[in-house]
Write a protein that binds this ligand. Structure first.
Ligand code: IMP
Length: 425
């Protein structure tokens, strides 16, 4: 396959990093298109664990060009920290470039994220607190600071002074906070600007020329479809476009150049932060899934909310992403349940519905209707062939596939690269 997009199917944390790392083998370019250090990929290679937030997982392949594109919002300290950490582990990062058009997350964005959340009280989104929403707000309001300005030693202090005039008014007059000092921010960030300057490039052109010359591009999704600001469960969403369509915005490739769109889903559902979650299991089942699947956030360490696979949400995700393939992961975590469930419809206001209502108000009134299947006792984590999976596990996979009408071409049974089962169409 030429150009491939990988997206999270549901509310994030689907372990996309493992698939991206695998696919990056035969790609020339890996592009991260959105989000910021709210994301977290854990990639395990030869028992070595790498936790990445902003840098594409493709960085582990030195011959692959890794691109942080226009739509990403960059926290300089976090970005530099990741580069230094990787260098310390023998990964050069010489294959990394970052778009001059990408917006920078500044200290007032983090502070405002926290203050907005506090002000919302019970209606708080449960953000990662990384300043993501306020940074995208400034981008849309056309008052943000972009990477190219950030690494310019003359422009950055000017742009920062302009921004602080507004931000300090907001901090002082609305929130009763102390104003932020430009000097303190410059002292903190100018060394990071120095470090990042060599990485800044016109990434959209680099990607476009690479594709024109026949190179293969992998788009690395962060977050997931149901957190998309338009398609997701608004307002409990992030502020970017993690669904497949987002991969074409500001990256240098147009929709006609995408050959394959793969969504990654777990064989159950998780969510962090607030918002409706119809198949959530606040009971022993949810606790068992959390402990077996080690469902704690890579970025924040928060325990994830856990529940049965929501086939209604997954079918919606398949439709709105135009999926060509589904990768079904964490099948090992479901081993040992007497029975396993898949939601195939909801009851809402006395009616049976099969289409996912993506707004909080309707979704919070939905009660799932499940198919209940016999579980499997066997440990599946070392199985290499689809035909070797227990019959009940195969049945589970095939029912999900029929329900969403998208082929499940890969099944994952553990965190390591070799715990992956490929299933020809
Ligand atoms: P924000 O992106 O920090 O503004 O958070 C908005 C919502 O998206 C919150 O519910 C977060 O928990 C959720 N979120 C953001 N990034 C991720 C992620 O990488 N995985 C799972 N949830 C995420």
């Amino acid at each position: 396959m030429g150009n491939t997009v990988v997206v999270g199917a549901m509310w994030g944390d689907e372990s996309k990093g493992k698939l991206i790392d695998y696919l990056a083998h035969d790609k020339d370019v890996v592009v991260r298109w959105g989000g910021g250090s709210n994301a977290g990929h854990t990639v395990v290679v030869d028992d070595q664990e790498y936790k990445l937030h902003l840098i594409p997982a493709g960085i582990l392949h030195p011959e692959t060009l890794c691109v942080v594109a226009d739509g990403v919002v960059i926290d300089p300290a976090s970005f530099v920290g990741e580069i230094e950490h990787l260098r310390g582990r023998g990964i050069s990062c010489n294959n990394l470039i970052v778009s001059g058009n990408a917006h920078v997350v500044l200290p007032y964005h983090r502070l405002l994220d926290e203050l907005f959340e506090k002000r919302k009280g019970k209606k708080a989104i449960g953000t990662t607190g990384r300043g993501i929403g306020p940074a995208y707000e400034d981008k849309a309001a056309r008052i943000g600071i972009r990477m190219r300005d950030f690494v310019d030693p003359v422009l950055f202090p000017e742009r920062l002074a302009e921004a602080l005039e507004w931000k300090n008014e907001l901090l002082v007059k609305v929130f009763g906070e102390e104003p932020l000092s430009a000097k303190a921010i410059l002292d903190q960030l100018l060394p990071h600007a120095e470090t990042l300057r060599p990485f800044v490039d016109d990434t959209a052109l680099r990607v476009a020329y690479a594709a024109k010359s026949g190179k293969k591009v992998l788009f690395e999704g962060a977050q997931a479809t149901l957190l998309d600001i338009d398609l997701g469960t608004y307002p409990y969403v992030t502020s970017s476009h993690p669904s497949a369509g987002g991969s074409c915005i500001g990256t240098g490739l147009g929709p006609t150049q995408i050959d394959q769109i793969i969504a990654v889903s777990k064989s159950y559902t998780t969510r962090v932060g607030a918002g409706a979650f119809p198949t959530e299991q606040i009971n022993e089942i949810g606790d068992t899934i959390r402990e077996r699947g080690f469902e704690y956030g890579t970025t924040t360490g928060r325990p994830r909310r856990c529940g049965w696979l929501d086939g209604v949400a997954l079918r919606y995700s398949s439709l709105v992403n135009g999926l060509t393939d589904l990768y079904l992961g964490h099948m090992d975590v479901l081993s040992g349940f007497e029975e396993v469930k898949i939601a195939v419809a909801y009851e809402m206001d006395g009616n049976r519905i099969v289409d996912f209502p993506s707004d909080q108000s309707r979704l919070s009134r939905c009660v799932p209707e499940y198919i209940t299947l016999p579980g499997w006792k066997e440990d599946v984590s070392e199985i290499k062939e689809y035909s070797q999976l227990p019959a009940n596990a195969q049945r589970f996979i095939e029912i999900v596939e029929q329900h969403i009408e998208v082929p499940i071409t890969t099944v994952s049974v553990g965190r390591r690269r070799d715990q992956t089962i490929f299933r020809p169409r």
